[in-house]
Design a protein around this ligand. Structure first.
Ligand SMILES: [Fe+2]
Ligand SMILES: [Fe+2]
Length: 283
């Protein structure tokens, strides 16, 4: 009689098959658990991702608010600048157009010597405050007709310090630059300036720029003690010197730059002219 596979159970085989089956069931269970865990993880990741996006949006909104506040603050500082400058003009023969021209010369010179647009703009905005310290000088000295005595000159020479004190202690980069310029715009490269007698690179760059452009504009303008000079005469005085002004007063790098771009100064002077005044000039 022939043997059939059904009729002869293979006990060992059955045992192995059962074992394999239960192993497979266990694997399937493990896999299922793994799948559930992965799904949970991916849900958590998705939630975290959403949360992060919400944080990013919040941060962006906060950043925009801060930016707006900063620009409002900068506007407030600029407002302070305008008011301080106005106050100093009441005391001084220097005019609004002088101040505007100073900003433009400073920016041209700054850009030519390699300052960035932002750095040059900072000097443009800060330069108008160079003489705010004059508000602290008594009227009887500021408006005196006739020559000042030595004691009166000593008081006038304090206006950079008065100005720096007025502008000190602000977190604004603009006012800090203005403070530095106010304090050092009468210092000279060769050390013969005031109030500290600083020399060379010891004078902050903004002070060196404003000193040169202020000299140019003062020479081109009429003052109680001098007539207005022509552009050519002012260039000659600055580059070759006269009895008051020496080329050694200026940062040589800036004087070289002036030599190259002096025509821009003449254009600025003509375009931002004194109101209703075509001043006669001396050649
Ligand atoms: Fe000054
Ligand atoms: Fe000035």
């Amino acid at each position: 009689m022939a043997l059939s596979s059904k009729s002869i159970p293979d006990d060992d085989l059955n045992v192995q098959l059962r074992a394999a089956k239960s192993q497979l069931v266990l694997y399937a269970k493990d896999l299922n658990e793994l799948l559930v865990r992965e799904q949970q993880k991916s849900k958590k990741l998705e939630a975290t991702n959403k949360q992060m996006q919400a944080y990013a949006q919040d941060l962006n909104a906060a950043y925009q608010t801060e930016r707006q506040k900063t620009s409002e603050l900068e506007k407030a500082y600029m407002d302070t600048v305008v008011r301080l400058t106005l106050a100093s003009r009441y005391k001084d023969e220097e005019t609004g157009t002088h101040i505007q021209r100073l900003s433009h010369y400073s920016k041209s010179l700054g850009l030519y010597i390699g300052l960035s647009e932002d750095e040059a703009q900072l000097i443009f905005d800060a330069a108008p405050m160079h003489d705010v310290g004059k508000v602290s000088i008594p009227d009887m000295i500021m408006q005196k007709r006739g020559p000042l005595d030595e004691q009166e000159w000593d008081i006038i020479k304090q206006h950079p310090v008065f100005g720096a004190n007025l502008l000190a202690g602000s977190p604004s980069q603009l006012l800090e630059t203005a403070r530095e310029i106010a304090l050092t715009h009468h210092e000279r490269w060769d050390g013969t300036g005031y109030p500290q007698g600083l020399k060379g690179d010891g004078i902050p760059l903004g002070g060196r720029v404003v000193m040169l452009v202020d000299t140019y504009d003062a020479l081109r303008s009429r003052r109680p003690y001098k007539p207005a000079f022509s552009h050519a005469k002012v260039c000659d005085i600055m580059l070759n010197g006269d009895d008051r002004t020496r080329p050694t007063h200026f940062d040589p790098q800036m004087l070289d730059a002036f030599r190259e771009i002096h025509e821009q100064f003449d254009v600025i002077f003509s375009e931002i002219a004194e109101e209703g005044m075509a001043a006669p000039t001396i050649d």
